[in-house]
Design a protein around this ligand. Structure first.
Ligand code: PRE
Length: 368
């Protein structure tokens, strides 16, 4: 170091490098502004931002003009980085424009499920059986929800199952059961719809349309949900990136339905000790990037009852607006997801424990 400081040659050369850095920075910034302007023109024309032919032409020209001492591969590598950074810049500008983005709408969206507000400063619990199996089964769960002051009852009537031989749900009859029982206990119904053609019919029975993980990129279904007059509970696909998840929500919002709730439900990884891997970092990222309420499905993400409480605490601590969990009067005989649903006594204990975080509103006074 002391030797370096004494060398006037090194000083002079470094100061020349500093000057060139400044010039490069200036030129790179000018180039970036031009790339952004090109991005705008392409957007207006509906043209793809990535243009490999143009990139190839530029690289060929640069290699032909290369005076050295960098070899051609190095020149290609350096300029490809510049093209990539320019493309990212064009796409970032595009992302800014998403209707679901916080840049577009800085305040939290409050979704109204009838008179019930979801999001912003309330934490909401959604609970109910995986599948509707009978009126009695739904009634027992509904009673438990009412006792806990929970208003949102979930239940699957159309079940997209991995195996065609597994229980496929009760269909419309299941929706009718949910509606009758929900009305009896003054609850709201959340149920999954899998066919765009069922959307209108579903609106007669459900208060919230759920789009499940397997259908997150069923674009016709997303468009139909965008035209529906009910809020939508959109689950993240098991292999979807956060960006793809937000684009799926954008499909719904851009069709005119701004009442969308996002639900992280775990993604598929190599881990076997949980059913899926809960991507907890998705919660603060979604909250940062989007104004929509964010939920965590603690049942499907883990597939295990024993860690539901710490996972629920983590979700709420990470900023989730609510959690979803599955409750069944007798999980061991459930027609779907028997291993992961909790029974009613366990549900009451869970609610007591999660309330100790101070994040979930106290139970109604009648509980005891
Ligand atoms: O010239 C374009 O069409 C651009 O979008 C600009 C640019 C670049 O940085 O030069 C960026 C991305 C494209 O893949 C090709 C070129």
């Amino acid at each position: 170091m002391s030797q370096e400081q004494k060398s006037p040659d090194l000083e002079r050369l470094r100061s020349r490098v500093d000057e060139i850095n400044q010039q490069l920075l200036e030129l790179l910034s000018q180039r970036a502004e031009l790339a952004k302007a090109i991005g705008e023109v392409k957007k207006a024309q509906g043209v793809n931002r990535f243009d490999p032919v143009r990139e190839r032409d530029m690289l060929d020209q640069l290699v032909a003009d290369n005076p050295g001492p960098f070899d051609n591969d190095t020149i290609r590598h350096l300029f490809k980085q510049i093209f990539k950074a320019s493309l990212d810049l064009q796409q970032k500008d595009h992302k800014k424009a998403l209707l679901v983005s916080r840049k577009r709408h800085p305040e939290d969206t409050v979704v109204h499920v009838g008179e019930i507000p979801v999001g912003h400063d309330t934490k909401t619990i959604v609970a109910g059986p995986c599948s509707v199996e009978s009126e009695d089964q739904v009634r027992q769960v509904a009673q438990a929800l009412r006792k806990q002051g929970i208003s949102l009852l979930r239940g699957g009537a159309f079940k997209p199952r991995t195996s065609p031989y597994d229980f496929q749900g009760m269909g419309i009859e299941g929706l009718q059961i949910l509606r009758r029982v929900a009305d009896e206990f003054d609850l709201k119904v959340i149920s999954e719809i899998v066919n765009p053609a069922d959307m209108e019919m579903a609106e007669q029975y459900v208060d919230v349309i759920q789009i499940g993980a397997r259908n997150m990129q069923n674009f016709e279904l997303l468009k139909a949900a965008g035209a529906a007059s009910r809020p939508v509970f959109l689950k993240r696909g098991m292999s979807a990136t956060v960006e793809e998840f937000l684009f799926a929500a954008e499909y719904i919002v851009s069709r005119g339905n701004s009442q969308v709730m996002l639900c992280e439900r775990g993604i598929r990884t190599y881990e076997k000790w949980t059913r899926n891997t809960l991507d907890i970092s998705a919660v603060p990222i979604l909250k940062q990037e989007s104004h929509l309420p964010v939920f965590v499905d603690i049942t499907h993400s883990t597939g295990r009852r024993d860690i539901q409480l710490p996972v629920a605490r983590a979700a709420l601590a990470a900023g989730a607006d609510g959690i979803m969990l599955e409750v069944h009067p007798d999980p061991s005989v459930a027609l779907s997801d028997a291993n992961q649903q909790i029974d009613i006594p366990r549900f009451h204990t869970f609610m007591e424990e999660i309330r100790q975080t101070g994040l979930v509103a106290p139970a109604p006074v009648t509980v005891g």
